[in-house]
Each structure stands twice: as C-alpha cells, then as structure tokens.
Design a protein around this ligand. Sequence first.
Ligand code: NI
Length: 174
Amino acid sequence: MEDRLRIVHYPEPVLLSVAKPVSDREFANGLKAFSEEMFAVMAEAGGVGLAAPQVGRSTRLFVMDIPEGDDTPAIRAALINPEILHVEGEQTGDEGCLSFPGIFQPVKRQMRVVARALDAAGKEFELDATGLAARCILHETDHLDGIVFLDRMSILKRDLAKRKIKRLQKRGEW
Ligand code: NI
C-alpha cells in the first residue's frame, strides 16, 4: 500500500515543472483510487481544487469539487489530460492554493471556460464552467504546466506574497 498522499508546498520543483500526459498504461493500472484519494486529501485540506503535481506526482490530472453557486451548479470531477477549448470574459477575485498555505491574493482570470478532459475510466467529457469553477479549472490546469498562481498576480501582489512566504519559512511555518 502506498503512503498517504501529502500536499507539497511552493517552491517544490514538481510544482514548477510541466507534467506528463497520463498514459494508456496508467489508465490500465487504474486511476480511480488515485483520484478518490486526491478528493479526500483536498477535502481534508479545505480546498476546491487539487492537481497531481501538488501531491508530488508530475502527471496531468486534477480534481475539483465546487459547491453550488448563485447561478452555477455544483461540479465534482476528476479531469485527466485536460484541454482548455474556449475562454471568455474576465473576473478578479481572491485566490488561494493548497501549496501556498495562508496566501490569498486577487488574481485576474477569465470568467468562462470550456474544457475537455478524460475521466478516470478514460471517457471523454466537456465542462462549460463560469465563476469559481472556471477560476478553479484555469488554476489547476496552470499547475499541470508548472505555473503557480504567484505567476498570475500583479507584480505588487506577487512581491507581497513572496515576502509573506519568506517570513513564514523563517518561522518554520511553511
Ligand atoms: Ni493551486
């Protein structure tokens, strides 16, 4: 039995690397257990999205569990080898990341995303998402490309976040 998955923190190199597509062999070996464990780790940490590199696995898979919003349905899904097909609009809102505990900063993202991915059984599906769900899909897809939300902040907010990370590291709280 594998060790329990653990969330890695910035600047762990796996977070800054482009992840590999999930292979046919990985599908054959089964991804259901891995994605279910990712859902569990994410829920325990209080997140709405978690990408495989965040648990030290450089593979193109993420899970998301978004509660129902005012105008948006709940979305709970594992996305494997996801592709962004279409984006539109714009939103700015506070964003966090389980690999950056305690850091919340405004990030500008697109308002709507259409994405295509495979599920754990290898079946293709599409998601048309807005608001928080769109923000989550963009944030998690970035993780698969080695991009972290620091890279999406304004220079001012990025410097603030980096200083806070340094302070937390010095205190051994990172
Ligand atoms: Ni993140």
